[in-house]
Design a protein around this ligand. Structure first.
Ligand code: TLP
Length: 349
């Protein structure tokens, strides 16, 4: 690991020693013809875990989302997303560029839409309009500060979609974080949706991979979509072996990451030059506004790195810190001290 306190993302997590052993020993075959026993096992475990008939192993969350959207709709169809959705802002517009879908954006605060705004965004039938086909939800919500959609609100969104004949896809890149923070089984969320994408390679520490889950029919079509996107892998059991351990052993520890993020928030909440956003911190993300430092977040990010703290800069006045398995309580306290020292140096300028 690096010498920095690595708070860039939970995507930075390294495979555990047990994952590396399982990868070395994995039984493999050609997964394009569904003959890799380790991938088949991972897909069965994943489907069961989220209460769906079937699942598909994909290389990335981005591909899992795109393949799912390609099954739900085609050229010109409309997909409803909130304004901060990762699919909308962080996936290169693949839903338009590659799948021909049109986004319809709903305003959101801290990752949460007003149900009335969602309802109002769903168009009625009119020859001038695209046909609305799908609602996408994201939980936890990345650009919403790692916000958890409360289960009752989540159900409300889904029932609005259903009442207007829309399918629902969940970008559940961090759905196990959401379930851990809400204190519910993951199926409390996944049973409400037609399809879900969730990542093995973020807080769960697998080196590569995401899962898409849904009905048998849906997954058969998603498998075709994965292939046309170039995601048909061969002896993928080598990476699926780590995914099995991610699902079986790594979900129960996510609360520790959340506790660390809450501690970090507590340590920095009163700093004059950094405003803590998206309070209260619910999962593994802490966002700070850099506006009062008098410099842009890129400069702040670079200067923090010089002090040993590695963060990301998702906006001109925004830094993001994400806790993960490699970050200890001691690291969090050190990160807090680095931010305090930085704030003091700003006040002296
Ligand atoms: N998020 C990454 C970056 O792309 C920003 C991160 O560091 O948080 N959905 C959500 C909610 C995500 O946060 C991400 C990745 C994805 C999908 C895409 O997953 P990958 O990176 O596997 O394509």
């Amino acid at each position: 690991m690096s010498d920095y306190i690595m708070l860039r993302s939970d995507t930075e997590t390294q495979p555990t020693p047990e994952m590396r052993r399982a990868m070395a020993e994995a039984e493999v075959g050609d997964d394009v013809s569904q003959r890799d026993p380790t991938v088949l096992r991972l897909e069965a475990i994943a489907a069961e875990r989220v209460g769906k008939e079937a699942a598909l192993f994909v290389p990335t969350g981005t591909m899992g989302n795109l393949a799912s959207l390609m099954v739900h709709g085609g050229r010109g169809d409309e997909v409803i997303l909130d304004e901060g959705a990762h699919i909308y802002i962080n996936e290169q517009g693949g839903m338009c560029a590659l799948a021909g879908l049109t986004p319809k954006i709903v305003p959101a605060k801290n990752g949460l839409m007003d149900p009335a705004a969602l309802e109002a965004a769903i168009r009625t039938d009119n020859i001038h309009y695209p046909v609305p086909k799908l609602l996408c939800l994201e939980n936890t919500h990345n650009a919403g500060g790692g916000r958890v959609i409360p289960p009752d609100l989540f159900r409300r969104y889904c029932s609005i979609a259903r009442s207007r004949n829309l399918a629902v896809h969940l970008d559940g890149a961090r759905i196990f974080n959401a379930a851990a923070a809400a204190g519910v089984e993951v199926t409390e969320y996944t049973r409400e949706v037609d399809s879900v994408q969730f990542c093995l390679s973020k807080g769960l520490s697998a080196p590569v991979g995401s899962m898409v889950a849904g009905s048998r029919e849906f997954i058969a079509q998603a498998r075709r979509a994965r292939k046309v996107l170039g995601g048909g892998m061969r002896q993928a059991g080598v990476i699926a072996a780590a995914g099995i351990i991610a699902l079986e052993q790594m979900t129960d520890r996510l609360k520790e990451d959340h506790d660390h993020a809450k501690l970090l928030a507590e340590l920095v909440k009163d700093l004059d030059c950094f405003e803590l956003l998206y309070r209260p911190v619910e999962t593994n993300m802490v966002f700070l506004s850099t506006e009062k430092t008098g410099r842009d977040a890129y400069t702040v990010g670079r200067e923090l790195l010089e002090q040993g703290l590695d963060v990301t800069v998702p906006g001109k006045q925004l830094i993001r810190m994400v806790t993960n398995r490699h970050v200890t309580e001691e690291d969090i306290r050190k990160a807090g001290s680095i931010l305090h020292a930085y704030a003091e140096s700003v006040s002296r300028r």
